[in-house]
Design a protein around this ligand. Structure first.
Ligand code: ARG
Ligand code: ZN
Length: 869
């Protein structure tokens, strides 16, 4: 069944309040659901419900069980009452719930995941985000097995019961849709803290984890306090309940969930200590803790009218968490990280068979639309408002949004109206970003007129796959340099003062609104070098004909760090591409001296942020390189990539060594900007040194020092990639050290799954039968199968199709347990069009095999069938 945005209808009933009682039993939990319902429209009552054992239904106290028509997806009942109480009792089996949606068990504890449509697996309800109710939840369970009984809101009552049972009652005063419901119970341990709000209230903060993890919660707690303080100071948004709880569980389909007052997290985004977590993990935790916290306003207090509006809360909240991380660490570094993520994950999605606008128009399974497009491109679109309106204007828009819509379920149009009205501007054109899919191409050409001293910038936008395309509002960050690398003053001609907004003397935003548009500058004394799309001011593919010399200049001199990084990356990319071409024609090709000189300049300029140097000198990812081709030649790209890495290693040996030594720091691990940046550059230098036989020992030494997980993991990946002789020894040592620590063992699986060589597939296959591998734990599945299929191009795309076969077989197994995770694993198969005819055939056959099963889930069905169509 397909759901369409155009079919949206307002709800026929309200549920003003709901009382839920859970009698928790691992295999037979009884749920009593008492709703106070009001009618808004004539008609029968329909309640969503799936996989429920219906025990009884009472309408205003009268047993109407036999009058209910129970179907596979819900229950209907005829009544013409205007206002009534409906009490439904159902039974569910949390222990057998391997889909991890609804109420399920993880490590012997109970927890829930309701977004998007999991509440219907707990009880019959109006499982749609525009029905908002006040929830009261009573949890009853065995006390020895369930020390804590948690639900949304504030604890109002608790106590002991006969037969070793106890209970707790939680009341959430804020109206919410059922997707924000949560319940947790089990023998957890907690750490506690408090946060004093701007308006002087003390909020209790609690993080619950399995007892063995209690020493790994501190960073999460600090992150939570920083999030709360940041949302107050940046957006004036204050927390609203007396308590904020976070629970970390090992089995979780996504990253985390913003249930009101009771977030449930994948333990990956809570647990950390320096010995076992990397800088990337620390940053991920801070960002996701922030993200879920920020949802309290953007998502919970103001929620979505329907699931087609998902980007309303997710795009906005990702934008907010990006800004948070930028403020905590480095805005320049964060921006580049986000652009990389967008390009290597969202751009391919936008170019493939699952391409959809940030506001999809239809879906079969909503869980399939928690995508890079809805989240990350959605955040880029929110950033466009921010770029166009500035920080002050954006804040005005946010304030008006909350003033108008607090307590409501609204649409992306409501958000846009608030932004527009608060600033007295027309933003209707922004609509086009919401309804058109695909990555826009921005083609720019420039003309310099030496006599008139003018520079004309000709811009043209297009959406390659879209007929009848509607022009987008594209802000283009812009500057000009002279040949010495100095910024030039910008003087737009009189008639362009409306469309060229000066942010400083040397920095402007060109506001493009038409399919083709011209911007002209006066007083340009010499042929300038253009700095384009500064800050990656819009999620587009820029096409501009730079010379290598211009890129080299931008890489070392532009005032915008994104442009500098981008210029260096383009030089590296061009070199790999030239080598790929040379490999095919068996020509000689050497690493260009200009590239080596530019890289050297960056390494020798100690005034630069080491993180920016590190990111600039990291080769573009294989996936991103592949994106540049109509047909991806996996082997040639892999070979050219290694060749360039070795070439730069050799050409700059001394600089890598000096950099490595200069970035050494034996002081205690801290999660701070300077240390992170230095570790990043140190490990990039080590990766180059690892290519050189005489430096191998250094890599193993760094492993043995066990200084922190960032350094340990970096060393291990280098050893694996280069096939150093001590690799097996290190792998075994690592495993012995960390067996039992799930998150670290995930890394152990992932680094092996990622390693590309002739035996990559055999390695992955042997890991499938490792005793620590499990098909029911999403993190473990992602570490082995997800990483292998997505990143191990050589192994997955093996010419004989054995890689496809292996992954397909496992996807079929996962689909019987957890359809959401199975559907995610399909991603790499959907891009079959990008490979040669033989591989296309093999990939399609694998998809067909996955699809042709009697019990295929709708999650997998939707993705497999759409990508074969
Ligand atoms: N709202 C959550 C977040 O972004 C994601 C939960 C999605 N879960 C799912 N099963 N679709 O923070
Ligand atoms: Zn979110």
């Amino acid at each position: 069944k397909v759901n369409y945005l155009k079919d949206y209808q307002t709800p026929a009933f309200t549920v003003d309040s709901v009382f839920l009682e859970f009698l928790l039993q691992p295999e037979a939990t009884q749920v009593t659901n008492r709703m106070q319902i009001g009618r808004l429209r004539a008609g029968d009552l329909w309640l969503d419900g799936e996989s429920l054992d219906l025990l009884s239904v009472h309408l205003d106290g009268e047993d109407v069980t036999s009058q209910c028509r129970v179907e596979e997806t819900g229950l209907s009942l005829s009544t013409d009452k205007e206002q009534f109480e409906l009490e439904i009792v159902t039974r569910i089996n949390p222990e057998k719930n391997t889909a991890l949606e609804g109420l399920y068990r993880t490590s012997g504890n109970y927890c829930t995941q309701c977004e998007a449509e999991g509440f219907r697996k707990i009880t019959y309800f109006f499982d749609r985000p525009d029905v908002l109710s006040v929830f009261t939840t009573k949890v009853v369970a065995d006390k020895s097995q369930n020390r804590y009984l948690l639900a949304n809101g504030n604890l109002t009552e608790s106590g002991d019961l006969p037969n070793g049972q106890h209970y707790a009652v939680w009341q959430d005063p804020f109206k919410k849709p059922c997707y924000l419901f949560a319940l947790v119970a089990g023998n957890l341990e907690k750490i506690s803290d408090t946060f004093r709000t701007q308006d002087g209230r003390d909020v209790a903060l609690e993080i619950y984890v399995e007892p063995r993890n209690i020493d790994k919660c501190e960073h999460a707690m600090e992150s939570l306090k920083r999030s709360m303080a940041w949302d107050e100071s940046r957006f004036g948004l204050i927390y609203d309940l007396d308590i904020y709880m976070i629970v970390a569980v090992d089995d979780f389909n996504m990253g985390a969930m913003e249930n009101k007052g009771l977030n449930v997290f994948n333990s990956k985004f809570v647990l950390a200590k320096p010995e076992s977590a990397t800088d990337v993990d620390y940053e991920g935790i801070e960002a996701v803790i922030g993200h879920e916290y920020f949802h309290n306003w953007t998502g919970n207090r103001v929620t979505c009218r329907d699931w087609f509006q998902l980007t309303l809360k997710e795009g906005l909240t990702v934008f907010r968490d990006q800004e948070f991380t930028a403020d905590m660490l480095s805005p320049a570094v964060k921006r580049i990280e986000d652009v990389k993520r967008l390009r290597s994950n969202q751009f391919p999605e936008d170019a493939g068979p699952m391409s959809h606008p940030i506001q999809p128009q239809s879906y079969i399974e909503m869980n399939n639309f928690y995508t890079m497009t809805v989240y990350e491109k959605g955040a880029e679109v929110v950033r466009l408002y921010h770029t166009l309106l500035g920080e002050g204007g954006f804040r005005k828009g946010m304030d008006l949004y909350f003033e108008r819509h607090d307590g409501q379920a609204v649409t992306v149009q409501d958000f846009r109206n608030a932004m527009a009205d608060a600033n007295g501007v027309d933003l209707q054109q922004m609509h086009n970003w919401y309804v058109q899919s695909g990555t826009p191409v921005l083609k720019i050409e420039s003309e310099y007129d030496a006599q008139m001293q003018t520079l004309t910038v000709n811009c043209e936008q297009s959406l390659p796959e879209t007929e009848d395309f509607k022009p987008l509002l594209i802000p283009i960050g812009f500057g000009m340099l002279n040949s010495e690398g100095h910024s030039l003053q910008l003087q737009p001609i009189e008639s362009h003062l409306q469309t060229v907004e000066l942010r400083s003397e040397t920095n402007a935003v060109l506001k493009m609104t038409k399919a083709q548009q011209q911007f002209v500058f006066n007083g340009v004394q010499t042929q300038p070098i253009l700095s384009l799309l500064r800050g990656f001011s819009a999620p587009v593919k820029l096409s501009y004909d730079y010379s290598d010399q211009e890129l080299a200049l931008l890489a070392s001199a532009d005032e915008d760090s994104f442009v500098r990084w981008e210029a260096m990356q383009t030089l590296l990319l061009r070199t790999v591409q030239a080598k790929v071409a040379a490999l095919k024609s068996v020509e000689e090709y050497a690493v260009p001296q200009l590239l080596v000189d530019t890289a050297e300049k960056l390494l020798l300029d100690h005034s630069l942020d080491p993180a920016l140097v590190a990111m600039s000198l990291t080769l573009p990812e294989l996936g991103y390189i592949g994106e540049q081709y109509r047909e991806v030649d996996v082997d040639a790209i892999h070979q050219a990539h290694n060749w360039l890495k070795n070439g730069l290693a050799q050409a700059l040996q001394d600089e890598w060594r000096n950099t490595y030594l200069r970035m050494q720091d034996d002081s205690e691990y801290r999660y701070d900007k300077r240390q992170i940046a230095e570790r990043m550059l140190k490990n990039v230098a080590l990766a180059y040194l690892g290519c050189l036989a005489q430096h191998q020992e250094r890599v193993f030494e760094q492993y043995r020092a066990q200084h922190n997980m960032t350094d340990v993991l970096a060393a291990m990946k280098i050893m694996l990639h280069q096939g150093h002789s001590q690799t097996d020894q290190a792998l075994q040592d690592f495993y012995q050290r960390w067996r039992g620590d799930n998150l670290v063992i995930d890394k152990w699986f992932a680094m092996q799954a990622e390693t590309q060589n002739e035996t990559a597939l055999e390695k992955a296959q042997s890991l499938l039968s490792h005793p620590d591998f499990s098909l029911t734990n999403p993190n473990r599945v992602r570490s082995l199968l997800g990483v292998f299929a997505r990143l191990n191009l050589v192994g997955f795309h093996r010419a004989d199709g054995a890689g496809y076969q292996m992954v397909a077989e496992q996807i079929i197994k996962v689909d019987e347990l957890n359809p959401q995770i199975a559907a995610r694993l399909l991603g790499p198969f959907t891009h079959w069009k990008r490979y040669d005819a033989e591989r296309q055939k093999l990939m399609r056959a694998a998809l067909q095999r996955i699809l042709d099963r009697d019990n295929v889930s709708k999650d997998v069905y939707e993705i497999a069938s759409k990508s074969l169509a």
